[in-house]
Design a protein around this ligand. Structure first.
Ligand code: CA2
Length: 174
């Protein structure tokens, strides 16, 4: 089932430091998929859910570059899917940028950060995020795309018409 939206939506999938190494090291923690695989699965899932929706995919190892990309997002991004990687646990600058642009964020982690070292248990993003997905590997990004489309469809249709949103069929296209 595709989701009918009143307007095209635009997502930003943002990835923090060292995630460019995905698939090449520490497969026991982060799996074997590469970041290019993650991008492909996000694009595929989005295309299945909405023909008109678009997605930018971006990774940086630099805190300031991520802050700038978040600031730019103000221009046309409806929702950010964000794995801030190690900056999750350290960056007030990234938190402030997210608060400044006031764009809904879904936080994603490949690993279950709560099963790992105590310093990974705190996130500077989680309490300002729409939600968090952790520990489901690359599937977490796919689930985040589904949640993003569903959230935006719900907020658009209720704002414009008061209508209820049909359920997104998450069983298609797996
Ligand atoms: O589980 C996640 O997605 C993390 O955001 C990954 C971060 C880590 O600092 C967070 O606590 C949890 C680390 C990303 C490093 O990615 C690598 C990928 C392959 C090989 C080495 C590092």
């Amino acid at each position: 089932m595709s989701l009918t939206m009143n307007r095209a939506i635009h997502l930003l999938v943002l990835n923090g430091p060292n995630l460019n190494l995905l698939g090449s090291r520490e497969p026991e923690t982060y799996g074997r998929v590469t970041l290019a695989d993650v991008e492909r699965l996000c694009r595929q899932r989005l295309a299945q859910l909405s023909a008109s929706a678009t997605l930018d995919f971006f990774q940086s190892n630099h805190e300031g570059v991520l802050v700038e990309r978040i600031q730019q997002a103000r221009e046309r991004v409806d929702l950010i899917i964000f794995n801030p990687a190690a900056f999750t646990h350290t960056s007030i600058a990234i938190r402030d940028a997210l608060l400044a642009v006031n764009i809904p964020v879904i936080e994603v982690h490949l690993s279950n950060i709560y099963k790992r070292e105590p310093f990974r248990h705190h996130s500077y993003v989680s309490d300002i995020a729409l939600g968090q997905i952790a520990g489901l590997g690359a599937d977490g990004y796919r689930f985040a795309v589904e949640a993003a489309v569903h959230h935006l469809a719900a907020s658009t249709s209720s704002a414009c018409t008061g209508a209820t949103v049909p359920a997104v069929d998450t069983t298609q296209g797996r």
